[in-house]
Write a protein that binds this ligand. Structure first.
Ligand SMILES: Nc1ncnc2c1ncn2[C@@H]1O[C@H](COP(=O)(O)OP(=O)(O)OP(=O)(O)O)[C@@H](O)[C@H]1O
Length: 229
């Protein structure tokens, strides 16, 4: 069996605002292996984005154990978390967050700016390979305004893939797209798993969830695996 990339055990997250503390994640267990795709579904406000934030090291759990590629990272300083975030994770959101004045290739190259130290030619090769992987290498020189929503989201996926992440975290990546375009975006995300990348997809779309290897339901802070029909 392939190696576990993410192993969460008993992850708990409590929101302490002005009112009563609220438990958003209540002892969540989750394992995602290399090349595995997992859908997380649940009603609005059930904590799906919070779970992705914890997995992607934007947020810390209040309790529980987190192993990343076998390494215990339950307690981390922010500097180390930031390093692991950029070396291990790719993020895709509902909004594409592309820079309007840059071409598709330049937007993807932005993800390589921070200290990778590769020669220009190598950066170019990687950017084009990432665009090719999501089927839009021919749009490398186009600016976002000239692209459809689905094409723009695929640029965002290429930007997430260009650093060869171990895990892709996608939060409602098809939320702003029609069904047909959304399908192409899911194709692109699933394509990444063929190279061993793990994928966690938060979605409200049943058809997209059904294409993942497993479906997990988040309700009242508890994550349960849906048994295939
Ligand atoms: N920083 C915060 N401060 C206060 N409440 C928050 C904060 N972040 C999240 N919440 C609350 O925690 C709960 C879980 O939010 P989260 O965004 O994780 O849910 P979700 O399942 O992703 O929802 P949606 O499907 O609508 O995106 C919600 O009730 C939300 O209002």
């Amino acid at each position: 069996m392939s190696e576990p990339l993410i192993e969460l055990t008993g992850i708990t997250k409590v929101l302490k605002g002005q009112s009563e503390p609220r438990t958003i994640l209540d002892g969540v267990d989750l394992t995602v292996r290399e090349g595995e795709s997992v859908a997380v579904v649940g009603r609005s406000g059930s904590g799906k984005s919070t779970l992705l934030s914890v997995v992607g090291l934007f947020d810390r759990p209040d309790a529980g154990r987190y192993l990343l590629a076998g390494q215990d990272i339950s307690r981390l300083r922010e500097r180390r978390a930031a390093k692991l975030r950029s070396s291990h994770f790719g993020f895709v959101f509902q909004r594409f967050f592309l820079l309007k004045h840059l071409t598709a290739a330049q937007n993807v190259a932005m993800a390589l700016v921070n200290g990778q130290g590769w020669p220009r030619r190598e950066r170019r090769r990687r950017v084009l390979a990432a665009l090719d992987q999501v089927g839009i290498a021919h749009l490398a020189k186009n600016r976002p305004a000239k692209m459809s929503g689905g094409e723009q989201q695929r640029v965002a996926i290429a930007r997430a893939l260009v650093r060869n992440p171990r895990v892709l975290l996608a939060d409602e990546p098809t939320g702003a797209l029609d069904t047909e375009t959304g399908t192409l975006v899911i194709d692109a995300l699933l394509g990444a798993t063929e190279n061993g990348c793990g994928l966690i997809l938060v979605t409200h779309d049943r058809d997209h969830a059904a294409r993942m290897g497993r479906i997990l339901d988040l309700a009242d802070g508890v994550l349960t695996e849906r048994v295939p029909a």
